[in-house]
Design a protein around this ligand. Structure first.
Ligand code: AMP
Length: 307
């Protein structure tokens, strides 16, 4: 079952209460692809970078079995750049700078070898580009998962709404769900989002876990209580990559499989936040992922007898 991941491949400058980075490699597709690669081999990537992007960044993805034939490298242009600063609680952040650079003229090309795509991760990117990718696939994938963020709600709401109507699963955070629907209650917000088209909605709540909505059902996955959270950047994308990577690996898109996918996504995100950027995910083994999933199981498992 092939998995196609699109999104930004970026340079990030991050500031948290624990430190500050210069330009480091980040981006929605980078985090999602690296995370998904723990479940699925041979992931296909579609994205764009400038001439300033280091070859080691591309090798880092190839070393995890990610196919980069669909990664365009634009001569004389600059890679997408994002700078963000986290507040003391690490659950909220301010975007300090977004420089679209190569992204502003990006025309995604889908290599022929990617056309058998069954699972599509539309990572955070301009909604009009997410749409082009979907339209340029000869056959609609079995499952289309989309992630987005407040930035696109501010600059491209019409395109975003259209796009939301075309996907199976939308993943957003709690603040974005409120911004998108104007509802404070996440249950009411979820109802409104599901009425826009997606059959499933995942609302990520940072250190407070994630909610999966489908029809009138809701499933909750906690976040693992961690001793140290250094940098939440990429946690959402890492979550999404783990979620879709797991579903593609078991080739099951039932609600039950999605519940397990949410746990795998949460486990991957819990690693991501433990160090800056991609550092923690890069040193991770498959066995450690399994151990952490077991910690999630232990965290929420209890027996109860109702009289
Ligand atoms: P997350 O923390 O999961 O929301 O994702 C952070 C990543 O998203 C960073 O690595 C950024 O490069 C990337 N990013 C930030 N702003 C945008 C944007 N407007 N569109 C696409 N990707 C973005």
């Amino acid at each position: 079952m092939s998995l196609l991941v699109i999104g930004t491949v970026a340079f990030d400058a991050i500031e948290t209460p624990f430190g500050k980075t210069d330009k480091i490699i980040g981006g929605a597709a980078t985090y999602a692809g690296m995370s998904a690669s723990f479940f699925k081999k041979g992931i296909n990537l579609v994205s764009v970078v400038g001439e300033d992007f280091p070859a080691e960044g591309i090798e880092m993805m190839q070393n995890r079995g990610i196919n980069t034939d669909g990664l365009q490298i634009k001569k004389g242009e600059k890679t997408f750049f994002w700078a963000g600063k986290y507040h003391e609680d690490m659950n909220s952040r301010d975007t300090l700078d977004t420089q679209l650079n190569v992204l502003s003229t990006f025309d995604p090309v889908i290599p022929d070898s990617y056309q058998d795509c069954e699972y599509l991760m539309l990572g955070n990117l301009m909604p009009s580009i997410q749409m082009k990718v979907l339209q340029r696939l000869n056959k609609r994938p079995k499952l289309v998962v989309m992630d987005t963020m407040n930035f696109w709600m501010e600059v491209a709401m019409d395109d975003l709404r259209q796009m939301i109507g075309m996907v199976d699963v939308l993943t957003i955070n709690d603040a974005e769900a409120r911004q998108l629907t104007g509802e404070y209650s996440l249950v009411k917000a979820a109802r409104k989002v599901l009425a826009m088209g997606p059959r499933y909605l995942i609302i990520k709540k940072g250190e407070h876990g994630a909610l999966l909505f489908h029809d009138d059902q809701v499933f909750f996955a906690p976040a693992l209580p961690l001793e140290d959270v250094f940098d939440p950047t990429g946690a959402g994308d890492t979550f999404a990559g783990g979620f879709i990577g797991y579903l593609a690996s078991v080739d099951d898109i039932s609600f039950h499989a999605m519940k397990r996918g949410v746990i795998y996504g949460s486990a991957m995100a819990s690693f991501c936040v433990e160090k800056f950027g991609l550092e923690r995910v890069l040193e991770l083994s498959e066995a450690q992922v399994d151990e952490r999933v077991q910690q999630f199981v232990d965290l929420v498992q209890f027996d109860i007898t109702l009289v």
